[in-house]
Design a protein around this ligand. Structure first.
Ligand code: MTE
Ligand code: MO
Length: 261
């Protein structure tokens, strides 16, 4: 657990428990600090998440997240986590207004891609007004436009053995420049109608604090699954050998991989 203090403060343990507990929140929150010291409490948490996953699957993974009309949009959409990757490479992309940026698409596919932002904008797109829910206890409604991930997968000719899509990000999470934010989702979420690689927020190019030039919207999942500053996408059958092996930066710190809402 080599994570910087600033990040620990933004994701306090208590807020994580509150988000992850979901089904047991009524029971658990009153005595959260005491309960978390007992041996059985983490098992309950685990059980609740597994139950959520089972319920999610029973309801149907294709079900749509709620969409809203323009009037429901929040006055602003805040930034959370990294607000600027702060690397020389990223600064150079900003300098070029992302004309020099490319997205690297690789892994289990017959047609690996290297796409410019213009090429990403030319892919079949979707626009949606949805609510973002962060485990820290805030939500906001905004309009997103982006390339459908399913369209990109078709262009790349993803192999049948693919089980997960991994998203590699530009922002280092510690002093180690190789310790980059990353995330992963399964095929149900990857091919979901509302899963897009967003390049616009509220009718404007995606701002730097919200993940410019490209961030994931995976509307059936909590905020930390929505990778910002995406530089690479990989199709894999397992994420066991990627990063800490748990499928995402926060998952490697103990968050659940499944964050369905
Ligand atoms: N690359 C990267 N992606 C990220 C994060 C981050 O720190 N780095 N934070 C996550 C979290 S916890 C949330 S709630 C959302 C916040 O998106 P926003 O900054 O547009 O509000 O991005 C997610 N994706
Ligand atoms: Mo979050």
């Amino acid at each position: 657990m080599n994570r910087p203090f600033r990040l620990r403060r933004r994701h306090p343990r208590r807020a994580f428990l509150r988000g992850a507990a979901g089904a047991v929140s009524g029971l658990a929150l009153a005595g959260c600090d005491n309960l978390s010291r007992t041996a059985w409490f983490p098992k309950i948490l685990e059980g609740a998440t597994t139950l959520n996953e089972a319920v999610g699957k029973a309801i149907g993974r294709r079900a749509m997240a709620q969409e809203f009309d323009d009037a429901a949009r929040s006055p602003t959409f805040r930034s959370n986590g990294t607000a600027d990757p702060g690397t020389a490479q990223y600064a150079a992309w900003v300098q070029s207004a992302f004309a020099t940026y490319t997205l690297d698409v690789r892994g289990l596919c017959q047609a690996p891609q290297r796409l410019t932002l213009a090429q990403l904008r030319a892919l079949p797109s979707r626009t949606q007004i949805t609510r973002h829910d962060c485990v820290e206890g805030w939500s906001a409604i905004a309009k997103w436009k982006g390339a459908r991930l399913a369209a990109l997968m078709d262009a790349a000719k993803v192999e049948p053995g693919t089980r997960y899509v991994v998203f590699y990000c530009a922002d280092p999470m510690s002093d180690n420049p190789a310790d980059l934010y990353y995330e992963s989702i399964d095929m149900d979420d990857a091919r979901h109608e509302q899963t897009i690689l967003a390049y616009e927020l509220n009718d404007a190019p995606l701002p730097v604090p919200n993940g410019a030039p490209l961030r994931l919207r995976v509307e059936r999942q909590l905020g930390y699954k929505h990778a910002k500053y995406i530089t690479g996408i990989e199709f894999v059958e397992s994420f066991a050998k990627i990063g800490g092996g748990k499928g995402g930066y926060w998952e490697d710190q103990g968050y659940q991989w499944w964050a369905g809402i």
